[in-house]
Design a protein around this ligand. Structure first.
Ligand code: GCO
Ligand code: MG
Length: 403
């Protein structure tokens, strides 16, 4: 089965998405997500100018060889732009292979390991009271796991406080907007938030929190320790992880489970974290970590060290990534949880899909392939809109800090 054509489709039904469509001489087509929030067009160029010319004429069944060709063949390895492009090719080819086999994708990975995929939703509030209300609203909707974020008194704009609650969107300006930050204010506030949330929601709901890379390791240790009485499912991205050793210090100070990795793009970003058991959940997902072919390699390595998966699933990852991740989650033996931020109605219309939510669990569906399509005519009605992720500065002197 030869690849005859590959096209990049850029659309913005509420936010930007980059989709790769691969066509074959047997009439089968497949799609993959290539969206890199705030840097979308760099992946478009990488695909159009460098990857697609190398795909034409290749055997669509040779997923592994094509992956190696794009990874090793480029000489310049890794990085989010390259790995998102490789992921899109890989996802589209798995979609095609599953269609050729007439099977839903999870069957090709090894079949079903669980009845459904536990997901967590985002409860975002401007203050503690508002966040508690949001958590209770998510509980009402059936969620078994809920991430809680709230505004911090004295800080104007912080990560996680959305404009519309169901559809939180961090890319919010035609130039990067500026957030302000105070570690002191945040560290005083976060334990109060979880005290209130845990009391309101009861013991049975899993609670999660995203620190979004804002603390140093010792500060993260202090927060993890302060949150122990509220038994979190995880504390996410407590500190940046370029230096994987940094997590050792956090680990020494707290038993709050640690998750990291939504910005990782290969196994090399998490090798030390995993083999030294410095984390509990690995957040890498399909689109930013080289597709299914690479993600399953990370997952197998993680399983050897009792690290479980917790795939990134923010709205800036398209429904194509979500659908594919759900097939991965249905199979992966060391599954932990899946993030699920709902897309807007416009996005769902552009990307018809077979996955569904019921009682806190997602189901990938039994449609052959990964079960997500793109309505190209509708997509054409939503052209690309320039959008940036924000930057973050210390409140007291304007120093640029981690976002
Ligand atoms: C999460 C993430 C996102 C990111 C976003 C950046 O845990 O869901 O932190 O909200 O900020 O994906 O593009
Ligand atoms: Mg996060």
């Amino acid at each position: 089965m030869k690849i005859t054509n590959a096209r990049v489709i850029v659309c913005s039904p509420g936010r930007n998405f980059v989709t790769l469509k691969i066509e074959t001489d047997e009439g089968l087509t497949g799609i993959g997500d290539a969206t890199l929030n705030g840097r979308e067009l760099s992946v478009v160029s990488y695909l159009n100018d460098h990857v697609i010319p190398c795909l034409i004429g290749r055997d669509a069944h040779q997923i592994e060889d094509i992956w190696q060709y794009l990874y090793k063949g480029a000489y310049w390895r890794r990085g989010p732009v390259t790995m998102s492009a490789i992921a899109a090719v890989d996802t589209a080819l798995w979609d095609i292979k599953a269609k050729a086999a007439n099977l839903p994708l999870y069957q090709l990975l090894g079949g079903r390991s669980r009845s459904g995929v536990m997901v967590y939703g985002h409860a975002n509030g401007s203050d503690i009271e508002h966040t508690v209300d949001e958590v209770l609203r998510y509980k009402e909707m059936g969620y078994k796991a809920i991430r809680a974020q709230s505004g911090v008194p004295g800080l104007e704009k912080v990560y996680g406080v959305g404009r519309g609650n169901m559809f939180y969107e961090p890319a919010d300006g035609t130039l990067p907007s500026e957030h302000d930050w105070s570690t002191e204010k945040y560290l005083l506030h976060a334990p109060k938030l979880f005290d209130a949330v845990r009391q309101a929601v009861g013991p049975d709901i899993h609670l999660l929190h995203d620190v979004h890379h804002r603390l140093t390791p010792i500060e993260a240790g202090r927060l993890g320790k302060a949150l122990e009485p509220f038994h979190l499912f995880w504390m996410e991205d407590a500190t940046p992880a370029e230096n994987q050793e940094a997590f050792r210090l956090i680990r020494q100070h707290t038993t709050t489970p640690l998750a990291v990795g939504e910005i990782f793009n290969t196994i090399w970003d998490c090798k030390d974290l995993i083999q030294n058991q410095l984390i509990d959940y690995i957040r890498a997902t399909i689109v930013h970590a080289g597709g299914l072919t690479h993600l399953r390699r990370i997952a197998d390595f993680a399983a050897m060290h009792q690290v479980r998966t917790g795939c990134h699933g923010a709205t800036d990852l398209s429904p194509v990534c979500m659908g594919t991740a759900l097939h991965f989650d249905t199979w992966v033996p060391n599954f932990g949880i899946q993030e699920y931020m709902r897309h807007t109605e416009q996005t769902d219309e552009v990307f018809p899909h077979s996955y569904s939510f019921k009682d806190g669990y997602m189901h990938c569906g039994e449609t052959i392939g990964h079960g997500v399509d793109i309505d190209e005519k509708l997509a054409a009605k939503y052209p690309y809109q320039r959008a940036y992720l924000p930057v973050n500065r210390l409140q007291h002197d304007g120093t640029l800090v981690n976002w």
